[in-house]
Every structure is written in structure tokens, then in C-alpha cells.
Design a protein around this ligand. Structure first.
Ligand code: ADP
Length: 360
């Protein structure tokens, strides 16, 4: 087969309920790598090379890329409600054109939108979406990042990021993968392609965004997160200290600032709704959703006797409060035994898994 055609077809999509994730590989010009290694080797090299961006979650930006010997691996996201943006991007970059081949180009795609939007992709770009199972892609992508990239996983506690080595053979499984997208999936992973979706929750990233929009009139996710940074959740949350007159409930290990009831203070305050600061509401929502997911994750880890929990999905966005709250929940409920781990390519697990399906 034509090598160029292979290179250009290095694109995969994960079309989720809220976001479209696109992964594509662009090779260096042929003169830069005269040996023309196999595309798979290039992809792996590119992924391995992404360790250069140590310390900063890779997916903070809309467009991220990783440089390697053979080329770059690019990670891009769009809103699912604006599927035409993704189509325009693919068209402008010429990612849908498969040099040296005639007819339709086939693209691996996962997520519900791979079904929902398949006609649009065919009509607008002449691209056939080859549907791949969502959970399978999620696990494949996660395993790939954990093994290929030294600094993929990290803990975040008390404002400190610590990288966790995961690329040592044998140590990885079993683990619980908690993917926080619009909704939440909890997957027990026991091997390269061995997994079981053991639990889930409808209280996920979409819940945070939806409620935040209703309560603060903000629509932009980044603005919601930024707002939460200026907030004080104790203005709306009922804390242990509120109930115990400012004191800890130390017998059961609850400090005065532990949330006893999310938004529980509001009803007794009898204040006009206009008194509530959107920043406080945004922060309380972020804490409520994150803490609940952390607690469910812990319970499932216990249920299946799993010690390691990785959190992915675009809800996290490397946001300090989100990670801090999930970490707190895992530490608290495990009595210090477990730590939540986050992933630098958090939202791109499924897309990467679909991408790898092309060249296993
Ligand atoms: P899905 O596959 O369900 O779309 P994702 O992993 O892409 O799931 O995460 C979607 C969630 O990520 C949203 O519900 C929202 O909480 C959060 N999010 C992060 N960044 C954005 C953004 N730029 N626009 C909208 N939602 C975002």
C-alpha cells in the first residue's frame, strides 16, 4: 500500500455527548526521516515523546500536540453541538483526503456520535466512520497512555502534583478507570483488552455544566471553572462546623469545614436569590459533583478489591478544585490508604483507543 495514504489516514474521532475529540498524526516531511519507519513506530515515538511537557496536563489547550522524531501527534476538541466546526477543521487540514486512493476514506470513530453523525461525515467529507466500541477504545487508549508515557499519571493533593510511574510491566492491573465525561463510567481493567464496566453515574460533567448554567447563566465551561476559583462554597454549603457550632465532629473524623450537605445552607438563610454570588454557586457545584464521583469510585474500588483508581474524561480539565476534591474523597474514605490518580491526556482516552485500532 501507498505509504503516504497510510500516513494521511492517521486520524480518529471520539464523538461524545458534549465534545468531539480528534486525534491525528502528521509526519515530518519525508526528507526529515529518510528511513521511512512504519507509521506505528512513528505513532509510538510521538506518544512517548509527549513526556516533554512534564508538569502541565496536556489537554488544557483546545489544540495540543506532541513532537517526536517521526512527526506530531495532535489532540483537538470541538463541541459536539457544533459538529460543523470539526468537519471544517478536517477539511481545512486535508485530513479527510487519502492520497493515492480513490473512493471514501475510512476513519475509526467511537462514542455515540459515531452513529448519530455518520451520514453528515459521509455527505460533507466523503468519510466513512468505522464504529468502534466506546469502552474498548477507552481502555485501549488508557492502557496505551499509561504504558507509553512516563509522566501520564499524577496525583494532585494540597496543590502539589506528583507523577506516578505506570509504565513498568506487571504493576498496572487491576485498576479502576473512572471516566468523567457528560456522564460517568467506571471500568474495572484487568489486562490489555480485559475489562468490565462495573458502574456508572448520570451525575457527571454534564450535570455540573447544566446546573451551573441554570444557576449562574454562564454557558462557557472555562468561564465556569474560572468563576469557581473566586468562590467560597461555605456560603451555600452546610458545613459540619455550621451544625456543630464551629467545632469539628472529631469522633468520626469530620473537620469543621467538611461539607455536611451540599447547598444545604441556602434554604435556612432566607436571603433573596440575587444575594448569591455565581462564583460561590459554581464552586459548590464543582465540589458536589467531584466529591460524589470520588465517593462512588472509592466504593466500587472496595467492591472489586482494587487499589488503584485513575480518573479521566474532560470534566477534570486539570482543574485544581476538581482534582483536590476527588483526591480528598478517596483519601478520606480509604482512611489514607488510596490516592486518586489523574491522567494528562484525560479527555482523549477514547479517541486514542480508536486511533490505535488502525495500526494495532
Ligand atoms: P463526552 O464524551 O460525554 O462528551 P467528555 O470526556 O468530552 O465527555 O467530557 C464532557 C464534559 O467535559 C462536559 O460535560 C463538561 O463538564 C466538561 N468540559 C470540559 N471542557 C469543556 C468545553 N470546552 N466545553 C464543554 N464542556 C467541557
Amino acid at each position: 500500500p501507498n505509504q503516504d495514504a497510510d500516513y494521511i489516514s492517521h486520524i480518529a474521532l471520539d464523538i461524545g455527548g458534549t465534545l468531539i475529540k480528534l486525534v491525528y498524526f502528521s509526519p515530518d516531511p519525508p526528507s526529515d526521516h529518510p528511513t521511512r519507519e512504519s507509521p506505528t513506530a512513528n505513532i509510538r515515538a510521538a506518544a512517548v515523546a509527549s513526556r516533554i511537557a512534564e508538569g502541565i496536563p496536556a489537554t488544557h489547550q483546545t489544540v495540543g500536540s506532541t513532537i517526536s522524531r517521526g512527526g506530531r501527534l495532535h489532540f483537538v476538541k470541538f463541541e459536539s453541538s457544533r459538529v460543523e466546526d470539526a468537519i471544517q477543521f478536517i477539511e481545512a487540514k486535508g485530513l479527510h483526503r487519502c492520497k493515492g486512493s480513490s473512493g471514501h476514506m475510512r476513519v475509526k470513530a467511537t462514542g455515540g456520535g459515531a452513529h448519530k453523525y455518520s451520514e453528515i461525515f459521509k455527505e460533507k467529507l466523503g468519510v466513512l466512520l468505522e464504529k468502534e466500541d466506546e469502552m474498548m477504545c477507552l481502555v485501549r487508549g488508557c492502557n496505551f497512555f499509561l504504558k507509553a508515557i512516563t509522566h501520564e499519571a499524577f496525583t494532585f493533593e494540597n496543590g502539589t502534583t506528583s507523577f506516578v510511574p505506570t509504565n513498568e510491566e506487571g504493576d498496572l492491573y487491576p485498576y479502576l478507570l473512572v471516566n468523567i465525561g457528560s456522564g460517568v463510567s467506571m471500568v474495572k481493567v484487568t489486562g490489555e483488552n480485559q475489562f468490565e464496566r462495573v458502574s456508572g453515574s448520570s451525575l457527571g460533567g454534564g450535570t455540573f455544566s447544566g446546573l451551573c448554567h441554570l444557576l449562574t447563566q454562564r454557558k462557557d465551561f472555562d468561564e465556569m471553572l474560572e468563576l469557581s476559583m473566586q468562590g467560597d462554597n461555605s456560603k451555600v454549603d452546610m458545613l459540619v462546623g455550621d451544625i456543630y457550632g464551629g467545632r469539628d465532629y472529631s469522633n468520626i473524623g469530620l473537620s469543621a469545614n467538611t461539607i455536611a450537605s451540599s447547598f444545604g445552607k441556602v434554604i435556612s438563610q432566607d436571603a433573596p436569590l440575587s444575594d448569591y454570588d455565581p462564583a460561590d454557586i459554581s464552586m459548590a457545584l464543582c465540589r458536589m459533583v467531584s466529591y460524589n464521583i470520588g465517593q462512588l469510585a472509592y466504593l466500587n474500588a472496595i467492591r472489586y478489591n482494587i487499589k488503584r483508581i485513575f480518573f479521566g474524561g474532560f470534566f477534570i480539565r486539570g482543574h485544581p478544585y476538581t482534582m483536590e476534591t476527588i483526591s480528598y474523597a478517596i483519601r478520606f474514605w480509604s482512611k489514607g490508604e488510596m490516592a486518586a490518580m489523574f491522567l494528562r491526556h484525560e479527555g482523549f482516552l477514547g479517541a486514542m483507543g480508536a486511533f490505535l485500532k488502525v495500526h494495532p
